[in-house]
Design a binder for this molecule. Structure first.
Ligand SMILES: [Zn+2]
Ligand SMILES: [Zn+2]
Ligand SMILES: [Zn+2]
Length: 198
């Protein structure tokens, strides 16, 4: 039995690894041999060239290792008497990954998964300046928005104002969603190097 995993938004910062693939499904429970309790994976990546899988648990732990060497264990249901991480159990159910262990309606809303209400380019230099210099076209969502001087007197810069996410928001990075947008050649790309279709 597998569960649906979220994109590994917070788990793969920094540089993009060419052989890293996000996993869309994973086991219900996972732990390394040395861990005292079972955790639940929130996201996972597979390092295809290196025979490794790494899951990020709802509580923040990273769990994984070599697929063949069996450095981590997976389970549909932990064996009787073996403890389960309460943070993982609650968050997984609250986010809708699995049934509530209490029967109550649990709610947990992971950040950065749904398109954000405010455009991720708000207050940034992710804009293309339009003639006149007062309005810019947002590189993330395509909307026209005013430009404002921000930063201090010694470090002035122009930024596009905070604005609601427009209809033309670029597709999310499969790893980082819209969390690490940056400008390259007049387009919004993810800081990890991935191109984002608009
Ligand atoms: Zn946990
Ligand atoms: Zn925008
Ligand atoms: Zn990325």
């Amino acid at each position: 039995m597998t569960v649906v995993l979220l994109p590994p938004v917070t788990s793969a910062p920094g540089r993009f690894l060419a052989d890293m693939e996000p996993l869309t499904e994973g086991p219900r429970f996972v732990r390394t041999r040395s861990m005292s309790r079972w955790h639940r994976p929130r996201s996972g990546v597979r390092l295809t060239d290196r025979d490794r899988t790494v899951y990020d648990a709802w509580c923040g732990y990273g769990i994984g290792g070599s697929d063949r060497a069996g450095t981590f264990l997976v389970a549909d249901e932990p064996p009787d008497g073996e403890p389960v991480c309460a943070t993982c159990e609650g968050r997984a159910a609250g986010a809708g990954q699995d049934d509530s262990p209490t029967g109550r309606l649990l709610v947990f809303t992971p950040r950065w998964i749904a398109p954000p209400q405010n455009c991720p380019a708000s207050r940034s230099s992710l804009f293309e300046e339009l003639p006149g210099g007062r309005v810019g076209r947002c590189l993330a969502c395509g909307d026209m928005q005013p430009l404002r001087a921000m930063g201090g007197p010694y470090n002035p810069r122009y930024a596009i104002v905070q604005h609601p996410t427009g209809q033309g928001l670029v597709d999310p990075c499969p790893f980082h969603r819209w969390r690490q947008l940056t400008a390259r050649d007049g387009h919004a790309v993810c800081d990890c190097g991935r191109e984002l279709a608009s």
